[in-house]
Design a protein around this ligand. Structure first.
Ligand SMILES: [Zn+2]
Length: 361
């Protein structure tokens, strides 16, 4: 039995006031699959589950612009060369990402590629809304990819870990959960990277979702940083300069193979309201962490009116380092190597009604 997937087909922009993207969409629930398998009780049950998950949180999605692979490799090469001494960008077959040092929960990052922006920083600050709890299995349903492979960056399950923590998602829904969390030990301000014990997460996440299949990907290598931009911001701004308001979204994995990076780990929730970027930086715990770091990343060149966080990267390692990537601190030494895929859609799940731009770096 193969569950159906939400095909990328000609769009009907609206139906009955809801966004509906194809014949499988169900206008009653704002664009969810009408049925995934045929016949009897199972269909009823699955349809009910979809309605429930969709009803539990608002879900919108928009189509992204997919550039020609050959063109976008040229574009990225040009942009990265203004920031790094050595650059190569090529279309390659995705290597087996289950192998070290990647150790991802699926072989590849291809098949139904999409971004999901869940919740948001306004649920974390000024004060945390501890009721904002999400779940990877539900996200898989909400973004219309059954048995999704999910990587990215977010806030971990405080109700499981016991304190606020970083989430480094790496999970095959229905398969292996190789997600990490990283928390602060308040006794000595050290950080503790550990395997996640749950499929829940909280507050916010920026996710790259796919079927986890092998396929063509864009390999990006860059070393010896000569400019001020970090690896991800450089690619995002390069895409923005080329494609303007046409949103191009990327997800993937990259290694920091040499050097060190500035990484933060969130401590326990602040009891006093955080109301500026300066207060955010006062609250966060910053570290220099060393290679090899496995970084899980999403970025989008333009926000098509969904109140997005436009880039977000978290990393883990096999030596206890992990957290939120800001930039490398060793420009002479640093070496990046990554694999990326342009996403077909951006899904926006449970966007905060009251929003702000604090703490999105
Ligand atoms: Zn983060």
């Amino acid at each position: 039995m193969r569950l159906g997937v939400h095909p990328r087909v000609a769009h009907a922009p609206s139906f009955g006031g809801s966004t509906v993207c194809c014949v499988n969409c169900d206008p009653d629930v704002g664009g969810s699959p009408r049925s995934y398998i045929s016949g009897g009780q199972k269909e009823v049950l699955i349809r009910y589950t979809y309605r429930l998950y969709k009803a539990m949180a608002s879900v919108k999605h928009k189509e992204l612009y997919i550039p020609d692979f050959e063109e976008v490799t040229e574009v990225l090469r040009g942009g990265l060369e203004s920031n790094f001494a050595n650059v190569s960008v090529d279309v390659v077959d995705c290597p087996d990402l289950t192998q070290p040092p990647f150790t991802l929960a699926a072989q590849g990052i291809c098949g139904s590629p999409r971004l999901a922006d869940v919740g948001g920083v306004p649920y974390l600050m000024p004060l945390a809304n501890k009721d904002k709890i999400y779940n990877f299995e539900k996200v898989s349903v909400q973004v219309d990819v059954p048995d999704a492979f999910i990587i990215g960056a977010g806030a971990g399950p405080h109700h499981i870990v016991g304190v606020n923590n970083e989430l480094i998602p790496n999970i095959r829904v229905g398969g292996e959960n190789k997600t990490y969390t990283c928390k602060i030990n308040p006794d000595d301000n050290s950080y503790i990277l550990e395997k996640a014990k749950s499929k829940d997460f909280c507050l916010l996440a920026n996710l790259y979702v796919s079927e986890g299949k092998p396929g063509k990907v864009i390999e990006v290598k860059a070393s010896k940083r000569t400019g001020e931009e970090n690896f991800v911001t450089c690619m995002r701004k390069t895409l923005k300069a080329k494609y303007g308001e046409k949103p191009v979204g990327f997800g993937g994995v990259f290694l920091i193979e040499k050097g060190k990076a500035k990484i933060h780990v969130m401590p326990e929730f602040s009891t006093k309201p955080i109301e500026s970027d300066a207060a955010v930086n006062e609250w966060l715990k910053f570290y220099e962490m060393k290679a090899t770091l496995v970084c899980l990343s999403t970025f989008i060149s333009a926000d098509p009116g969904l109140d997005l966080r436009v880039e977000h990267t978290h990393c883990f390692s096999h030596h206890g380092d992990g957290g939120h990537y800001h930039y490398d601190v060793t420009p002479e030494e640093v070496e990046y190597r990554g694999f990326f895929v342009p996403a077909e859609y951006i899904y926006r799940i449970d966007a905060p009604e009251k929003t702000h731009m604090i703490g999105r770096d």
